[in-house]
Design a protein around this ligand. Structure first.
Ligand code: HEM
Length: 214
């Protein structure tokens, strides 16, 4: 019996897809709340892409998604640090490689790598989006309870400052999602692996390198 681990163990796959669903709930319900009191006069989100008939429902969806996102995110971070997954897959990030590989990716010439390894651009995007999500939780707390978390809110220059950082965090996550989904669709093998688990790690180490996505 082969007991070796797959590239994406079941726990990682479950947490990844739970996070994706929770994040979409957060974004769409956040847009509903934003529409109720816009930051930029020119920007309203169409009803078709918002969640809940009224801002109050949007808020309820936002809190529902928030609990899933926060608990699932904590479990993922704990797993990633304790199991050594982050050290193996996301570390180290060398600026020289990030620049070189980003330029190559723009010319669709990213060197083919093993599916079980992330390239420097992927590492940067994944660490970047995780950092932004943590910041979203912090700014979210600051605008949810500005009195109880007054110190936190002050850190962002007050309620409006925290609200603005929360908005730009959402924008960064949306940009990440566009690139991330496009890359996953461009190299469907990676998408399939996020459902099936992908290659077993010892097989991948023995086999010649495969093409992977940027
Ligand atoms: C905002 C929502 C999302 C976030 C924050 C996110 C974040 C991540 C992160 C951090 C990883 C690396 C996980 C690890 O190896 O431990 C990952 C992998 C992956 N994600 Fe997402 N993801 C999101 C949504 C999606 C969606 C909607 C898709 C579907 C198209 C998708 C497809 C994938 C695939 C295929 C991989 C594996 C990449 C590879 O093996 O090269 N993700 N995602």
């Amino acid at each position: 019996m082969n007991t070796s681990r797959k590239m994406h163990p079941l726990a990682i796959r479950m947490m990844h897809w739970t996070n994706a669903i929770a994040m979409i709930i957060m974004i769409m319900s956040g847009w509903k709340i934003y529409n109720d009191e816009v930051i930029f006069g020119f920007l309203h989100f169409p009803d078709a892409v918002t969640l809940g008939p009224w801002a109050q429902h949007g808020l309820q969806w936002h809190f529902f998604g928030m609990w899933i996102l926060a608990l699932n995110g904590l479990a993922y971070l704990a797993y990633g640090f304790l199991s050594g997954r982050f050290r193996r897959l996301l570390w180290p990030i060398r600026p020289r490689e990030v620049i070189g590989e980003a330029l190559a990716a723009l010319r669709f010439r990213l060197p083919h790598a093993d599916l079980t390894q992330y390239n420097a651009v992927q590492k940067t995007l994944y660490v970047g989006v995780m950092t932004v999500i943590v910041l979203q939780v912090i700014t979210g707390l600051a605008i949810w309870k500005p009195v109880q978390f007054a110190g936190l809110t002050a850190l962002f220059g007050g309620f409006q400052g925290a609200r603005l950082v929360h908005f730009f965090g959402m924008t960064a996550i949306c940009l990440f999602l566009v690139v991330h989904v496009a890359l996953a669709l461009l190299v469907p093998r990676t998408l399939l692996a996020m459902f099936t688990g992908g290659p077993r790690l010892d097989e991948a180490a023995a086999a010649p390198t495969h093409a992977s996505h940027s």
